[in-house]
Each structure stands twice: as structure tokens, then as C-alpha cells.
Design a protein around this ligand. Structure first.
Ligand SMILES: [Zn+2]
Length: 148
């Protein structure tokens, strides 16, 4: 068993009462790409001040929110982008060049540091699904396609 977490100091009321808390249900209005999404999370783990009720979103909670937003907006998840790229046998450089985006941007999509715009999400789906699209864009012949 892990030891009981040491309470952190609350930035608002200054009491040392901030502790991990599980919210059974939490709704958050989030904005992505110019649209509002009402995102609902179950068993949402946050840090919460037991004195004043102030909620602290740590890295893990922020990641959970981002994942939920991605799902609500119907966007490809980071590992879906990576797996689709790898299935075609492309390096990050090859995919980024084919899509006319920077490798930095693609890398951030694949690590989840950045959420792709909806138009880019649609572009990714078409690119991954269509050999003709890849050919039109001058993308390298994929290993996957070559095997067919
Ligand atoms: Zn507090």
C-alpha cells in the first residue's frame, strides 16, 4: 500500500489541505478549434482543497480532460495517429512532409501535447485510408500498399 499523500498548500486559502480526490462525475465546458464541447468525465481524479473546495488540475487530470475532449470532438487519438503512420511504414518526417506540416506539429499530435484541428483530422483520415490521396500528394509508396 502506498503511504497517505501529504497534503499540499492551497494557493487560495493557504491551508495545507489539498489532497487527491475522485469526482464521480464532472462536466467541463471546453473549447477546441473555435467550438465549445461539453465534456463529461467519470471518476475524475483531481486535487482538491478540503478547506475551501478549490480544485487543482494536475498533469494527469489535464491529460484526462484532453482525452475526453478528443473523444467528444470525434478526433483521432495520439496513438491512433502513430499506429496509422506506422502501418504505412512511414517515418514522422515522411508523413509530415506528405501532409505539408512541420515534424514538430506531427510529433506534438502523436504525443498528445497538441490536438489537431478538425480539418486536419479529416485530412489525416483521408490520407491514411486512401492510397490515391497519398499518391496525389507525392507520398512515398507505403510498405503496406506494396504488399497488397
Ligand atoms: Zn483552500
Amino acid at each position: 500500500m502506498s503511504p497517505a499523500p501529504r497534503p499540499r498548500k492551497c494557493m487560495y486559502c493557504r491551508e495545507n489541505r489539498v489532497l487527491p480526490t475522485v469526482l464521480s462525475s464532472h462536466v467541463e465546458d471546453m473549447e477546441h478549434d473555435g467550438r465549445e464541447f461539453s465534456v463529461e468525465l467519470q471518476d475524475f481524479r483531481v486535487l482538491k482543497c478540503q478547506n475551501c473546495g478549490e480544485m487543482v488540475i494536475d498533469d494527469a487530470a489535464s491529460e484526462a480532460l484532453t482525452q475526453a475532449l478528443r473523444a467528444a470532438a470525434g478526433l483521432l487519438a495520439p496513438d491512433e495517429i502513430r499506429r496509422s503512420r506506422e502501418a504505412l511504414g512511414y517515418t514522422q518526417r515522411e508523413l509530415a512532409d506528405s501532409l505539408r506540416i512541420s515534424m514538430y506539429t506531427l510529433s506534438r499530435w502523436e504525443t498528445g501535447a497538441q490536438i489537431q484541428q478538425r480539418a486536419m483530422d479529416a485530412f489525416l483520415r483521408v490520407f491514411f485510408a486512401s492510397a490515391e490521396t497519398r499518391h496525389l500528394l507525392g507520398a512515398p509508396r507505403s510498405e503496406h500498399a506494396a504488399r497488397r
